[in-house]
Design a protein around this ligand. Structure first.
Ligand code: ADP
Ligand code: MG
Length: 620
């Protein structure tokens, strides 16, 4: 057994002192990526356009000589220089060659397995890039876009991923963020983000389906929303079904018409194919709003070829694909144990859902009475939802309309005698909140959960409600166990606290009535005290968090130094050692500010070291 006492701490970064630094929301898509922020003027999320006026950044990177192009410029290179243009990099995130089957057939660039890990890399000329590094190029473009908007550095983001992404894919997304210089505060599921953009988290209790047909992938997710908590009931789809397939059919159609009219084959000239692809997609998009669209191909050595396409023709081509998506919807509903009519809404996501025929078919499939949410731009809705989540994480939203509320904040004890609050005073009940924690000591097999009530920052100043143990955690290095602590207060004010270690599935819980034996006068006294000692408390709490963080960071840096420190110049190592010594000295003191500053410097100073560490891990 591990040391008794309460040895648990926040697995996420400790709360920085409140700043007004913006947090951005990013939809890192297979086809298109976007960045959104919460507009201070309207209180609504908005997507940021680039210098070209478009809010979309095609998720394409082209290596042209010494230049790296991103977005629309890169996309134009795709057909002309297929081997040095990277698209669909999202498909490779967190994958080994063994996981990739069909993917490889579709990717014209070279994908190789690194000799030492089973993770893949992309070969461009004589350089090898990890999918994380390539995704980071796209993220960096979005980061710069936000920085241009705010006129200041941006370092914090929420990034969305498909609901079916596994741990390795999520971690790879976080790593991509880090390489781009972004602190990824949270990874959010794309369907959840879409539902957030529509404000569906405010629904009391509901079930919604999120239908997402993008450029190359189709996802259907069924979510349950209960008091602001999202649960994925089922998710299904096809990672090879999207707008690209529709375009291929339209291209085939145009090609056949050309060949019938001109009496010879269209050929495989890359420039002509590139035109054909662009024209087919443009016509298909135009036919979502108009009835007719003209396609024009500049054919070398002969007159240009023009063809008028009707909406009906394109609908006939697309219809079988739409039916295929509905098959997946059927399976997802079955997995969720629901019928179409059980849903409260269907949220439409992905550019292709602008197609009127698709909307009709989807509406009919879900029974005709379930409202289809299409008001928000379907290719922006995920990014907008990410911005909503980002805003919440920046601590900017606090609902002020309160009915039945918790009289005092509730939380648990964390390392060093601090209180980590999960539910704030005055939160409307019923309510839930959860946060992840981890162990502090290597091989720790149990943690004590101490449930507290009160407004003060330190355990000694709060009211102890209960303690319980989460046992039989398999021994792991400190920081690895993921302990999710969930607080749920039901409408009767009964608090249920559950702690679950996610890797092993161990869990334990306790039930208490926080208001039991609590007189009104006592609540008032506790609130008054907290106001009187707010400043001192905050300093004490910050100091504890910073000390914990210093401890975790220094241990990690020492480990990495031992592994890859040799690759750093001697003077850089000496500087790092000196900074570690400073941080240790300041952590023993009582002033949080200088500790925070030096710890930050240590973090920046060791960024290169951390990257070397990640590279080494990826190569092993
Ligand atoms: P992803 O999530 O895969 O990155 P998007 O949601 O941005 O992709 O969807 C891109 C797809 O949407 C492309 O195939 C594009 O042709 C298609 N698309 C965009 N606008 C329309 C429209 N008005 N009608 C039909 N398809 C559209
Ligand atoms: Mg998408």
């Amino acid at each position: 057994m591990t040391p008794i006492g309460i040895n648990i701490h926040r697995s996420q970064q400790p709360p920085a002192p409140p700043t007004d630094e913006p947090v951005i929301g990013i939809d890192l898509g297979t086809t298109n990526s976007l960045v959104a922020i919460m507009s201070p003027e309207t209180g609504k999320p908005v997507v940021l356009p680039g210098p070209d006026g478009s809010t979309l950044v095609p998720s394409v990177i082209a290596f042209a000589g010494s230049e790296t192009l991103v977005g629309f410029d890169a996309r134009r290179c795709a057909t002309l220089q297929p081997q040095t243009t990277v698209f669909s990099i999202k498909r490779l995130m967190g994958k080994g060659l063994g996981d990739l089957g069909r993917e490889l057939e579709f990717l014209p660039y070279h994908v190789v397995e690194s000799s030492m890990t089973d993770l893949v890399r992309v070969q461009i000329g004589d350089r090898f890039y990890t999918p994380q590094e390539l995704s980071a190029v796209i993220l960096a473009t979005l980061k710069r876009r936000a920085e241009a908007h705010f006129g200041r550095p941006v370092t914090k983001a929420v990034i969305t991923v498909p609901a079916y992404f596994d741990d390795a894919q999520r971690q790879a997304t976080r790593d991509a963020g880090r390489i781009a210089g972004l602190d990824v505060l949270r990874i959010v599921n794309e369907p959840t983000a879409a539902a957030l953009a529509y404000g569906l988290d405010r629904e009391h209790d509901g079930k919604v389906a999120v239908y997402d047909l993008g450029g190359g992938t189709f996802d259907i997710s069924v979510l349950r929303i209960s008091e602001g908590v999202f649960q994925v009931l089922a998710t299904h789809g096809d990672t090879y079904l999207g707008g690209d397939d529709l375009d291929r059919d339209v291209m085939r159609f145009i090609r056949a018409r050309f060949e019938a009219a001109r009496g010879h084959a269209l050929g495989e000239d890359p420039r002509l194919l590139s035109q054909l692809r662009e024209q087919a997609e443009a016509a298909r998009i135009a036919l979502s709003s108009g009835d007719r669209a003209t396609v024009r191909l500049e054919v070398p050595g002969e007159p240009a070829f023009e063809l008028e396409l009707t909406r009906q023709q394109v609908e006939d081509l697309c219809s079988p694909w739409i039916d295929k998506t509905l098959e997946h919807c059927r399976i997802a509903l079955r997995d969720a144990g629901l019928a179409g009519e059980d849903l409260d809404a269907v949220v439409m996501v992905g550019g292709v859902t602008r197609m009127p025929l698709l909307r009709q078919k989807v509406a009919a499939f879900f029974g005709g009475h379930v409202p289809l949410h299409t008001d928000i731009n379907p290719d922006e809705v995920v990014a907008l939802g990410a911005a909503v989540q980002a805003h919440v994480l920046a601590g900017k939203t606090r609902d002020l309309l309160l009915l039945d509320v918790t009289p005092l904040s509730l939380g648990i004890e964390t390392m060093g005698g601090a209180v980590s609050k999960l539910i704030m005073r005055n939160t409307h009940v019923p309510c839930s909140a959860s946060e992840k924690f981890t162990t502090f000591v290597d091989g720790q097999t149990s943690v004590k959960i101490h449930v507290l009530q009160g407004e003060r920052e330190l355990v000694k100043d709060c009211r102890s409600l209960a303690t319980f143990d989460l046992r039989d955690i398999p021994p792991m290095p400190a920081g690895l166990p993921k302990i999710k602590v969930t607080f749920h207060i039901d409408a009767d004010g009964i608090l249920n606290v559950t702690a679950a270690e996610e890797r092993s599935g161990r869990s334990a819980s306790v039930q208490v009535t926080p208001t039991h034996g609590l007189a009104k006068a006592e609540i008032e006294r506790m609130v008054a005290e907290s106001i009187a000692s707010a400043r001192a408390d905050l300093t004490a709490h910050r100091l504890i968090d910073l000390r914990n963080q210093a401890d975790v960071d220094i241990r990690a840096i020492r480990k990495t130094l031992a592994r890859v420190g040799d690759a750093l110049p001697a003077d850089e190592r000496v500087k790092i050692e000196a900074a570690i010594a400073d941080v240790e000295r300041l952590a023993a003191g009582t002033e949080p500010d200088p500790l925070h500053k030096r710890l930050d410097e240590l973090g920046k100073m060791t960024r290169r070291l951390a990257e070397l560490g990640i590279r080494k891990t990826l190569m092993e």
